[in-house]
Design a protein around this ligand. Structure first.
Ligand SMILES: NC(=O)c1ccc[n+]([C@@H]2O[C@H](COP(=O)([O-])OP(=O)(O)OC[C@H]3O[C@@H](n4cnc5c(N)ncnc54)[C@H](OP(=O)(O)O)[C@@H]3O)[C@@H](O)[C@H]2O)c1
Length: 279
């Protein structure tokens, strides 16, 4: 049995069916099963990682765990440390942690340092481990779709760097491989797409997929911050994401060949992703 954390999230939505298709038994975690749309072949469990007393129940009979905590809100590193300890106690054999390339690059923004702490907890817990460190997700660009629909334009923060965005299905495919085959214990994999694209190039690709031009408008930092706060982002998450952006600016264009090496095919492209967003 594989316990999947973040089963309703960007990666989890692809990972759960991929694991089931590979023949695995899956226990999918969500805080609210009534709202979650999870593949019916999975065993859905209600649980909150902040409720550490519930961990033995969630981990009962589990052999491997896909460890993903949310990048904002609760303290992900504390959740992962508690989870790792409980998983070791429950006899789990293998923990596969979703981290970030920010750790590879030694970034000191709050998201990267939280993942660095969590990686240590996972490595030291006892069970075998594998660390997956993706760069920025193509799915982050879903934040653009509303303004494209409303005004045919994308607003991006000044100086947004070229980025080797990765498709979440590729992350899920690597996670599936690591969780269902042996030989990845003790490995750390950086995961990106196959090419770095500037925001303008990404917008042009989206325009092509939609069949109409989309404008790209650079926003000064203060205006971007105000817009995100007005959209309901917590201030700490907004500032943490700007700090991450500032620190990752020189790193986001680095392309790793890990996806192609592990999967034996090229990574999905931003054009693939753009076509999937057309509707
Ligand atoms: N976005 C990027 O570009 C990027 C790049 C590199 C790494 N990452 C990392 O990827 C991870 C996922 O981030 P994301 O933004 O894509 O989030 P996400 O996976 O789309 O959503 C968060 C997931 O966490 C679950 N969750 C949240 N709080 C929980 C709790 N207290 N107990 C149990 N489950 C909880 C949610 O499930 P329910 O709501 O169903 O409970 C949801 O499935 C983060 O660690 C982030 O740092 C992101």
């Amino acid at each position: 049995m594989i316990l999947v954390l973040g089963a309703t999230g960007k990666i989890g939505r692809s990972l759960v069916p991929a694991l089931l298709d590979a023949g695995a038994e899956v226990r999918a975690l969500t805080r609210d099963p009534s709202r979650a749309r999870i593949d019916p072949r999975a065993q859905v469990v209600r649980g909150d990682l902040d409720d550490t007393a519930s961990l033995p129940r969630l981990l009962d009979g589990v052999e491997r765990v896909f460890v993903l905590t949310s990048g904002h809100g609760s303290d992900g590193a504390a959740q992962e440390a508690a989870l790792a300890t409980a998983a070791a106690k429950a006899g789990a054999a293998h923990l596969v942690k979703l981290s970030t390339t920010g750790v590879y690059f030694g970034q000191t923004d709050p998201i990267s340092t939280g993942h660095a702490r969590a990686e240590r907890a996972i490595r030291e817990a006892g069970p075998a481990w594998t660390i997956l460190r993706p760069g920025a997700f193509m799915d982050n660009r879903r934040g653009w779709l509303q303004s494209i629909r409303a005004v045919g334009a994308v607003y991006g923060p000044e100086g947004d760097p070229a980025s080797a965005l990765v498709h979440v299905r590729d992350i899920a495919a690597v996670a599936t491989l690591v969780l269902t085959t042996s030989g990845h214990e003790g490995a750390t994999y950086e995961l990106t797409g196959g090419e770095a694209l500037t925001a303008e190039q990404q917008v042009a690709i989206l325009g092509e997929a939609l069949g109409r031009p989309v404008r790209y408008i650079e926003e000064p930092h203060d205006a971007a911050r105000a817009r995100m706060l007005a959209q309901g982002w917590p201030a700490a998450a907004v500032d943490g994401s700007f700090e991450l952006k500032r620190q990752s600016a020189g790193n986001e264009d680095v392309v790793f060949d890990t996806v192609a090496r592990l999967l034996g095919r090229p990574p999905l492209t931003f054009a693939d992703w753009a076509r999937e967003q057309r509707a």
